[in-house]
Design a protein around this ligand. Structure first.
Ligand SMILES: Cc1ncc(COP(=O)(O)O)c(C=O)c1O
Length: 398
């Protein structure tokens, strides 16, 4: 053993799609390259001082507790805060006992897949879909099918969804109704009710990923599908996009039997999430007006998004189309016919702008004429400059 290719990796690795994200991030972080390819929140929006003050208080007052092991379900004051926020923002009754803290909501994708998916089970997701979900689910060897999500229909194709639920009996239907990653599309309230109706009474669990629900540009929250399908919905959320991803604090809110199994799987995986992070975050949330800060962040992202759209509409070659996000951090662009996104990526990088080619988001093929653009990580000036460069590169490819 040891030379090359002789390590005994598990067979399940062959189900995991090849990732070129490492390469993408290496290339796009070269000096002089404006990256619209990544997915980072703007570090200028982190309240470093406020979080530092919360940490100082925790160390001074509860240091020994914060540095000790704790229970798997997570810090109760933080779970209570999340439950109360569901009540105040969305009018939903959440029991803190049905909420569990995780190491970033990405962990839910892995652990839910672990407790729900048998090899060969069908899993449904949106097309295009979140790459992190495709990768996390793949380790459990499901058949992943996708349902086209379009800006024009404000959500997934409901006829296809209905058909897939009946014919394939998927174990879960994973969706991101608020400002989806990668498309930026938000499901209309009609679509949300229809999705709830279609799933109600079936054997399929809804996995409602709400990573971006607090980032609507106009600050107005939308009712989650869980409102109409509570017993059959697992909902996840995160402080990554609103407070800081480095704290690695997210959560799951699920029906009690699901939470119990999830808890056992999490215990086996990591015993519990970082208690120090949870306590600092809770203290920070108690001491500060986070609503105002989040509203301001969303507004700033909105300005950046609108500028990007304006430049595409005014300067990009005819045949370029973009989605029209109402929030979040991403939009999807369809390129004029015949232009390949990989070629645009390569040529873009050598001309100082990086974009994310769209094809990895399409689990069952296609998408090579699409790119994802991020509008949270860089400011207005860099967006202007980056989009100008992109427009010029595009024209050379026509
Ligand atoms: C749709 C979606 N879900 C989940 C995550 C995971 O985020 P985190 O683990 O930081 O909560 C991300 C990160 O970008 C995301 O875009």
């Amino acid at each position: 053993m040891g030379d090359s290719g002789s390590y005994r990796f598990s067979k399940r690795l062959s189900h995991v799609p090849a990732s070129f994200l490492g390469e993408l991030f290496r290339v796009s972080s070269q000096p002089g390259v404006i990256s619209l390819a990544g997915g980072l929140p703007d570090a200028e929006r982190f309240d470093v001082e406020g979080i530092k003050n919360a940490a100082v208080e925790i160390f001074a007052q509860e240091g020994k507790t914060a540095l000790q092991y704790t229970t798997t379900d997570g810090y109760l004051p933080l779970r209570t805060y999340i439950a109360q926020r569901y009540r105040s923002r969305l009018g939903l009754n959440a029991d803190p006992n049905d909420i569990q803290i995780v190491n970033g909501s990405q962990q839910c994708l892995d652990l839910l897949a672990k407790i729900l998916i048998n090899p060969g089970d069908h899993v449904l997701m949106e097309r295009p879909g979140y790459l992190g979900a495709i990768e996390a689910f793949s380790y459990y060897e499901p058949v992943i099918d996708s349902v086209q999500t379009l800006d024009e229909s404000a959500g997934p194709d409901l006829d296809v969804l209905q058909k897939q639920i009946v014919t394939d009996n998927p174990v879960l239907w994973y969706g991101i109704p608020n400002s989806q990653n990668p498309s930026g599309i938000t499901w209309s309230s009609g679509v949300r009710r229809d999705v709830a109706d279609i799933l109600d009474g079936s054997d399929t669990l809804l996995y409602e990923d709400d990573a971006f629900g607090e980032l609507f540009f106009n600050g107005r929250p939308r009712s989650p599908v869980k409102k109409w399908l509570s017993h059959q919905t697992v909902m996840t959320g995160s402080f990554s996009k609103t407070i800081s991803p480095g704290l690695r604090c997210g959560w799951i809110w699920a029906p009690h039997p699901v939470i119990e199994e999830f808890n056992r799987a999490k215990q086996a995986s990591d015993l519990h999430s970082n208690l120090l992070s949870q306590m600092i975050l809770t203290r920070y949330l108690e001491n500060n007006n986070v609503d105002e800060r989040i509203r301001e962040t969303a507004k700033i992202y909105g300005e950046r998004c609108y500028l990007m759209q304006e430049i595409i509409d005014d300067q990009f070659p005819p045949g370029t189309h973009h989605t029209s996000p109402e929030g979040g951090m991403f939009m999807m662009v369809t390129l004029p016919s015949g232009i390949d996104s990989m070629e645009l990526f390569r040529k873009g990088v050598s001309n100082g702008v990086a974009v994310m080619p769209g094809f990895p988001f399409y689990i069952d093929g296609g998408g090579s004429d699409t790119i994802r653009l991020n509008f949270s990580a860089v400011g207005l000036e860099q967006i202007s400059e980056g989009m100008e460069r992109l427009s010029q590169v595009l024209r050379t490819l026509l």
